[in-house]
Design a protein around this ligand. Structure first.
Ligand code: WTA
Length: 571
């Protein structure tokens, strides 16, 4: 759909001279914003929290504006400094060392953020897990990372396969009750006893900070390691893209189990010392509009699936709330439909700024910013300091308006530094000096990038990245399932839904009950978002002669598309 460009935003904002700025920009110019530029002492937790707490004008400013349906809390930078010191002392007591992996598996809550910064302060690597993960998903991640400590809640304990995890020495329970017994560390009582003084463990900019697991088309989820140096890009994009200013009230709707919820739910806003709204609980349009209204949110970072749901509830719903504080909206995670942008102009009288990046990139890469016109349907242009392009399979750049691999010149500040325990996988991302994203796109003559799709079989359902292999492996663990092939099927609201094709073992008959049972099995073992919404029973699943499931072919059949080259198909 061709739509008119939406002109640049008027008024006071950053990167007014984007094209010129790009030409002369170097990342060193951002480094002067950090205390380590002078002191040489690096730690993300210091820059995001303690530095503001050390500033008499800022220490009592609200850092965290937390609410869920049962709780409301305001936490200042100074309080968060002291609380995270306490948690760092708890970790110290249990001998946690620099570089150890400490995982968090719990819903968003003030305790989550206290623990998160405590982990960074002791120099350990934080691994936040999405609270909806079930036993297999949790187990795989803790096992692969060899996590030594896990912070969780009593409700989630049953999903932790402790027998499988010899490296997991300690579990810290937030909100422990007596019945869990004393094999666990009680967060509250340890925090009460812990000193609020802690000497931050200074690290190297290249030391590990954060491990996020994400899915590819093959194999188990992989651990993407980010280092403290990423703060340079979090800070810069916080200014250029989020357009953050001193008095902003900022809300990022993503859970910290996903990269958006850390890079832009934690780091970027707090590096800028702005008040960060954290909302727990489930999505509902009324709740979201109320969150925007009651907190006077000025800058809002969300996702296309959520926006599409809001669209489906209509403009009248928006009018029931006072959203007059809102001045800047951004989106990430999936293609942002031009229709949603048009709706946003009417409903909020604001442009919605699409941003493209990935877990592996660690921070925003291709963006729409206030000073540039928006071409609805385009992801925008690369940030200064980052070179993006379209390359062929050998890593050679190709001309405008031709589809190819969306690629980024390796070496930007927030780039992943390692795939945990998997050097080969890490190296396989890079061709001829380019990081090759797995997305296909083209670039127009003016340098705007247009997303076309995934080149591999990774599924994007409601903005959540799901690997088909993980779902297939789980499906065949069900006694009725012989073989399984899993694809993403286009869906107007969710972007894609997960569809599974299965064959049944002898002695099992197809029935609605059985299919529902299989669906529940995935939900129970992996997570609700990984459970196939559609399951189709087939007589056979197409495979290559070497036994690989031909998901492409399944997808072509499903969509009624030409099947292309099937010469490798098994008889
Ligand atoms: C997709 C999320 C279209 C893309 C930060 C990418 C997008 C994957 C956009 C990364 C966008 C992300 N338009 N597609 N603006 N942003 N994607 O690792 O396929 O969870 O490769 O990181 O989401 O998902 P991930």
């Amino acid at each position: 759909m061709d739509m008119q460009a939406i002109p640049a935003r008027e008024g006071n904002h950053n990167l007014k001279n984007y094209e010129d700025f790009r030409k002369t920009f170097s990342w060193e110019s951002v480094e002067k914003n950090f205390s380590w530029h002078e002191t040489g002492k690096v730690n993300m937790a210091y820059e995001a929290i303690d530095r503001h707490a050390d500033n008499p004008d800022k220490k009592d400013k609200i850092a965290l504006l937390y609410s869920d349906p049962n709780r409301e809390e305001k936490v200042s930078f100074e309080q968060l400094r002291l609380q995270s010191n306490q948690f760092a002392n708890v970790l110290k007591k249990y001998d946690v060392q620099k570089g150890d992996r400490v995982f968090l598996f719990m819903p968003r809550s003030p305790e989550f953020y206290q623990a998160f910064f405590g982990i960074l302060k002791i120099g350990a690597i934080a691994g936040p897990l999405f609270e909806a993960f079930m036993e297999q998903a949790v187990g795989d991640r803790l096992e692969n990372s060899e996590a030594r400590v896990l912070v969780t809640t009593p409700d989630l304990l049953y999903r932790i396969p402790q027998d499988r995890l010899p490296n997991l020495e300690k579990i810290v329970l937030v909100g422990a009750h007596e019945e869990e017994g004393n094999q666990y560390i009680d967060f509250d009582s340890e925090m009460n006893e812990a000193s609020t003084d802690f000497d931050i463990v200074w690290v190297d900019r290249e030391d590990g900070m954060l491990l996020h697991y994400t899915s590819g088309s093959t194999g188990k989820p992989k651990g993407i390691l980010h280092v403290h140096n990423a703060m340079i890009q979090h800070y810069a994009t916080g200014e250029w893209v989020l357009d953050l200013e001193e008095d902003d009230i900022y809300w990022c709707t993503a859970d910290p189990g996903w990269v958006t919820g850390t890079s832009y739910g934690i780091f970027a806003p707090w590096l800028h010392g702005v008040t960060n709204v954290i909302r727990g609980g489930r999505f509902s349009p009324d709740d979201w509009y109320k969150t925007l209204q009651d907190n006077h949110v000025t800058v809002w970072y969300t996702a296309p699936t959520a926006l599409r749901m809001l669209v489906s509830h209509g403009e009248e719903k928006v009018r029931e709330y006072d959203l007059s504080a809102l001045r800047h909206i951004l989106s990430v995670g999936e293609p942002l439909n031009p229709e949603v942008i048009t709706w946003g102009l009417k409903a909020f009288d604001l442009r919605i700024h699409d941003t493209w990046w990935m877990t592996e990139t660690g921070a925003q890469v291709i963006v729409n910013i206030p000073s540039l016109e928006i071409r609805p349907g385009s992801m925008g242009k690369p940030i200064p300091g980052v070179e993006a392009s379209i390359v062929d399979n050998e890593g050679n750049e190709i001309p405008p308006n031709q589809m190819g691999n969306l690629a980024i010149k390796a070496g930007w500040p927030a780039m992943m530094r390692e795939v945990w325990n998997n050097k080969g996988k890490y190296e396989s991302y890079f061709i001829n000096g380019w990081y090759v994203s797995g997305d296909s796109a083209y670039r127009d003559e003016d340098g705007y990038f247009w997303f076309q799709g995934r080149l591999d079989d990774v599924i994007n359902t409601s903005g959540e990245r799901v690997g088909p292999f993980e779902v297939e492996s789980k499906l065949i663990e069900h006694p009725a399932v012989a073989e399984a092939g899993v694809i993403g099927k286009p869906d107007p609201e969710r972007g894609e839904i997960i569809k599974a094709f299965i064959t049944l073992n002898p002695g099992h008959e197809k029935s609605d009950e059985l299919l529902e049972e299989i669906r529940q099995f995935i939900k129970k073992e992996l997570s609700a978002h990984a459970a196939p919404r559609e399951i189709e029973v087939k007589d056979s699943i197409p495979k290559t002669r070497s036994g690989k499931i031909m998901r492409r072919l399944l997808k072509s059949w499903e969509l009624g598309l030409p099947t292309g080259d099937t010469s490798t198909l098994e008889e």
